[in-house]
Design a protein around this ligand. Structure first.
Ligand SMILES: C=C1C[C@]23C[C@@]1(O)CC[C@H]2[C@@]12CC[C@H](O)[C@@](C)(C(=O)O1)[C@H]2[C@@H]3C(=O)O
Ligand SMILES: O=C(O)CCC(=O)C(=O)O
Ligand SMILES: [Fe+2]
Length: 334
């Protein structure tokens, strides 16, 4: 992605979106982790949006800044050096292509599994920055999952967090770099209708398959979430905070009470965006099903039984925008 020559760009047709974007999301649910009432805020946000912003998160700023500067350094290397980390099959360095099908975005990325030493032997300082950051963010993710359990009034409170703490936890880490895209019409362009027309997709719409995703980015905009009515809302960036997404697995474990959030990233014409996301997942053998302590009376599961291995296999064979849970929904009896 560093070499943004015309010929390299022309190999890909841009994915554009004509769907309108609503105004900037000013009412983004905000959760202060130091607030004893945060369980109510988290429950409400997960039910309404499947998404919220976290402040007073306890992740040292030093770890955050260091990882961002190491990532920026890595992405500024020549393409061949970045490719030495291996192709994203599924873990490694990727450029424009996302997943195994034809999904493309104006993005380059590094995708890692958290339970294997990354293939970054030539990048010791990057490795160390990743390890400090990941451990700290995982701790925060577990704290949030425990507060969620309190909010849902389920016991034990580590019923969700233990899945991320498990040695076999199948969690993923991703660093995305979205270079400024010359084809995007700036918002003040007289030809732009301000509705998002002419926007280039950085990362296409999707839900995250895991339990919980913890996202942090630099101060460049681009992230949008989709509301239940299908409208798209821009999330104002905040480099000091984290954004939490409910993943598909948590939707199933709460029998649909929490909803996985559809989101995407639009390219920016002027500024590069760097984001880092921890995707907290269960062990491959874990059965993904509504938590028994959440089910009331004769309440039925909305989903067929499956393991995380089965869901992941199906998810990694699907296109980015596909509804992956649909294959696991029980057909309602008429
Ligand atoms: C097109 C794809 C990329 C993805 C695997 C998939 O087949 C569908 C889900 C995608 C996603 C979205 C969230 C995370 O970024 C990701 C790592 C994941 O677990 O599921 C990606 C996958 C990927 O980039 O390989
Ligand atoms: O880069 C971002 O801000 C979000 C990317 C994303 O949704 C993903 O990698 O799954
Ligand atoms: Fe995502």
């Amino acid at each position: 992605m560093v070499v943004v020559s015309k010929s390299a760009i022309e190999q890909f047709s841009y994915t554009r979106t004509n769907k309108p974007t609503t105004a900037l999301f000013t009412q983004i649910p905000l959760v202060d982790l130091s607030n004893p009432d945060s369980k109510h805020q988290i429950t409400k946000a997960c039910e309404e949006f499947g998404f919220f912003k976290v402040i007073n998160h306890g992740v040292p700023m030093e770890f955050i800044s260091l990882l961002e500067s190491e990532a920026t350094k890595f992405f500024s290397l020549p393409l061949c050096e970045k490719q030495e980390t291996g192709q994203p099959k599924p873990y490694g360095y990727g450029n424009k292509r996302i997943g195994i099908h034809d999904d493309v975005g104006w993005v380059e990325y590094l995708l890692l599994t958290t339970n294997q030493d990354p293939n970054l032997h030539r990048f010791q300082s990057f490795r160390l920055a990743l390890s400090n950051y990941m451990n700290s963010v995982k701790k925060m993710a577990c704290e949030i999952l425990e507060i969620m359990a309190d909010g849902l009034k389920i016991q034990p409170r580590n019923v969700l967090s233990k899945l991320l703490m498990d040695e076999e936890s199948d969690s993923v880490f991703r660093v995305n770099h979205y270079p400024p895209c010359p084809e995007v019409q700036p918002l003040n362009d007289k030809n732009s209708n301000g509705n998002g027309n002419g926007n280039v997709i950085g990362f296409g719409e999707h839900t995250d398959p895991q339990i919980i995703s913890v996202l942090r980015s630099n101060n460049t905009s681009g992230l949008q979430i989709s509301l239940r009515d299908g409208s798209w809302i821009s999330v104002p960036p905040d480099h000091n905070s984290f954004f939490i997404n409910v993943g598909d697995s948590l939707q199933v474990m709460t029998n649909g009470r929490f909803r996985s959030v559809k989101h995407r990233v639009l390219s920016n014409s002027e500024k590069a965006r760097v984001s880092m996301i921890y995707f907290g997942g269960p062990p491959l053998s874990e059965k993904i099903a509504p938590l028994p302590s959440l089910m009331r009376g004769d309440q039925q599961s909305l989903y067929k039984e499956f393991t995380w291995f089965e869901y992941k296999r199906c998810a990694y064979n699907s296109r980015l925008a596909d509804n992956r849970l649909i294959h696991f929904e029980k057909i309602a009896a008429s």
